[in-house]
Write a protein that binds this ligand. Sequence first.
Ligand code: PLP
Length: 350
Amino acid sequence: MIHNFNAGPSILPKEVFEEAAKAILNFRDTGLSILEIGHRTPLFESVLNETVSLAKELMKLDSDHEVLFLHGGATTQFFQIPMNLLNESETAAYLDCGVWGSKAIKEARVFGNVEVVASSKDKNYTYIPKNFRIPSDAVYFHYTTNNTIEGTEMFTIPETNVPLVADMSSDILSHVLDFNRFAFIYAGAQKNIGAAGVNMVVVRKDILGKVNRKLPGMMDYRQHIEAGSMLNTPPVFAIYVCLLTLRWLKQQGGVAAIEKVNKAKADLLYKTLDAKDGFNPTVAREDRSRMNVVFLISDPQLEKKFLDACKEQHMVGVKGHRSVGGYRVSLYNALPLESVKALSSLIDQL
Ligand SMILES: Cc1ncc(COP(=O)(O)O)c(C=O)c1O
């Protein structure tokens, strides 16, 4: 068995791989591959409709929120959001908690003013700033719920009347959250939702249509809503993989059930790391991510022993992001508890 701790694209449930493989050869007994069916056919329409309705059900969204599946990854959302929401003379508030958030800030500055309400850059983004003030006249407040590279996570939603915009790429649907509190949510699919190539967007309709710039059709969320995510050819296969992953999540008991497993996985791994000499988690205890566990190993010999043992026991994806070094173990929804138990016992025995 391979234990896959990759940060994304990352592990998906085995059942999803099996069903997706079947659909490539013969989709729903049509004799056709899912890769060769038209997107404007009842066959694909039923896939898209079910994916949207499962996403709404799992997030318990109200009728003010629309769910879209768009191209371009979360990185496209970094600029598409300010392009749709922020006039040149207005200000958006951003929290600077990591590499991804700072990229979002850079893109927003192309379209209007940005006020960075707080930053944890002073300590290499190893904690989440507390008690920051969000200006009441900001058009929106943007933050990253889970900082994939640095391994910090925000479990509670900031208290504010300013519309909330969140990049949930690496922890969406991993724990219970009142998703209706957000005006806008986006997430690249390739961690907890499915395959790379599609982005899930949740938008509360009333925040749209307020900017005075002209928008190209593909950049305009209102046009995507009107066209039901079919303004052009959608990423058909990637959306199908989302459907299979969301069905799997529902079968597990939904978000509350997976949260319990995610908590058990993260608790076990942090406990093991805290107990082991030479293994040092880098993040402030109260801000530790349940999705991406980042740590350093202080002694090069121990480091070599760890890497050799990982290789021998088929553990992949433990290297840290190139920008921070060290190690990062990702524990997304589909990673079984057994993999964390195996890794913990490997560390114990070093
Ligand atoms: C929190 C977060 N935001 C944005 C991105 C960028 O996503 P994409 O490569 O899909 O554009 C990532 C990728 O890992 C991420 O983890």
